[in-house]
Write a protein that binds this ligand. Structure first.
Ligand SMILES: Cc1ncc(COP(=O)(O)O)c(C=O)c1O
Length: 397
């Protein structure tokens, strides 16, 4: 019997990382002391002033549908944030609030990418982008980057990859999984190529608040004003405000694109949760101290985990992550050696870490780089020390 599943749905792969994370959770449920470096979310609770605003929204009866693209209050707060933090001017018709940045990205990809359109995606990349493009009927063209280039794509690579079908370039800075942050100069050079080639830029800035060691985040839409009419900036509350479960993200871009995204959203999810939207307004009204507290703590952990990994023979951290909360070590020199004798790639490596030492890491192959694994330092310093010791023991150090 032929499959009832549509061709488009069949093209969507299950998350390659799911098996590892599911197994890590199963072990933890069995009472095993798992060190989890797999998490993609802050280990902090949502700050109290935000949660309180959520409670108050319920008590005040803010429990009904809102406009599909978000409440005017939240859109105004986002417009203010984009102006103050990013030097960007967007009106309320140029902003849509969605159920997380992931949903915002999926909406925008659906709006802009047509059947057979090509999307340029620097690798290593966040796992969901190619699947969103496939779901829209587009084709992802992966642009590999090297550690020598700081895991950043060059303007020449982008220019060479452009064809008459190229519609969009996806820029994720700070990057998941590498932590790479593009400098304003690099953004300017990339933007110049995108203008020349007439390509749209989807700028995923979800990790903008989590940057370290003096790195600066600037939005490409500000650095390259001529590109702004063909840029959509995506951001959200999950990472900066430890609000992953509240599901609030947003996109800002040309009114025509935002209106089309709102139409799609109105027929699929309708509005993001009314209660979360009220809490999200509160989040943006305050919180510089709590965000800075989390950022500083992540920086301390980044410094320690990178130092600890670099001390393990066979493990390299060629690029110091400058943002997000991930480190992307090259562990390929351990494949076939010591405790990793059977390992041929990053999946095997992750499996050995989990089964032998109960350390959960995410295989780099899922992000397009089989020599590396992704380790999240959104976990306590004690867990980081314990995890480093267990990996060192496996490596025979
Ligand atoms: C690069 C990147 N973009 C977007 C998201 C989506 O975040 P959310 O949907 O929770 O706002 C994530 C989450 O892991 C991410 O890593």
């Amino acid at each position: 019997m032929t499959s009832p599943v549509s061709k488009r749905a069949q093209a969507i792969k299950a998350s390659e990382t799911l098996a590892i994370t599911a197994r890590a959770k199963e072990l933890a449920r069995e009472g095993v002391d798992v060190v989890a470096f797999a998490a993609g979310e802050p280990d902090f609770d949502t700050p109290e002033y935000i949660s309180r605003a959520g409670h108050e929204a319920i008590d005040a009866g803010k429990t009904r549908y809102t406009p599909a693209s978000g409440t005017p209050d939240l859109k105004a707060a986002i417009a203010k944030k984009l102006k103050e933090d990013n030097n960007l001017d967007y009106g309320l018709k140029e902003i849509i609030v969605s159920c997380g940045a992931k949903h915002a990205l999926a909406n925008i990809v659906t709006v802009l990418v047509g059947e057979g359109d090509e999307v340029l995606l620097p690798a290593p990349y966040w796992v969901s982008y190619p699947q969103m493009v496939a779901l829209a009927g587009g084709v992802t063209r992966v642009l590999p980057t090297t550690s020598e280039a700081g895991f950043k794509v060059t303007p020449a690579q982008v220019a060479d990859a452009c064809t008459d079908r190229t519609k969009m370039f996806i820029l994720n800075s700070p990057s998941n999984p590498t932590g790479a942050v593009y400098t304003p100069e690099e953004l300017a050079a990339l933007g110049k190529v995108l203008i020349e080639k007439g390509v749209w830029c989807l700028a995923d800035e979800i990790y903008e608040k989590l940057i370290y060691g003096g790195a600066v985040h600037e939005s490409i839409a500000h650095v390259v004003p001529d590109l702004e009419p063909r840029t959509v900036v995506v951001n959200g509350h999950s990472k900066a405000y430890a609000m992953t479960g509240w599901r609030i993200g947003y996109a800002a871009g040309p009114a025509e694109v935002i209106a089309a995204a709102s139409n799609i959203q109105s027929h699929t999810t309708s509005n993001p949760t009314s209660i979360s939207q009220a809490a999200a307004v509160a989040a943006l009204s305050d919180g510089k101290d709590v965000v800075e507290h989390m950022r500083a703590e992540f920086e301390r952990r980044r410094d320690r985990i990178v130092e600890g990994l670099r001390a393990i023979p066979g493990v390299e951290v060629p690029v110091m992550p400058e943002g997000a909360f991930y480190v992307f070590p090259d562990v390929s020199r351990l494949y076939g050696k010591g405790g990793f004798a059977e390992a041929k790639g990053s999946f095997d490596f992750a499996k050995v870490c989990l089964e032998e030492k109960h350390v959960a890491v995410v295989p780099g192959k899922a992000f397009g780089e089989d020599r590396c694994v992704r380790m999240s330092y959104a976990t306590s310093m004690e867990k980081i020390e314990e995890g480093l010791a267990r990996i060192a023991a496996l490596a025979g150090a």
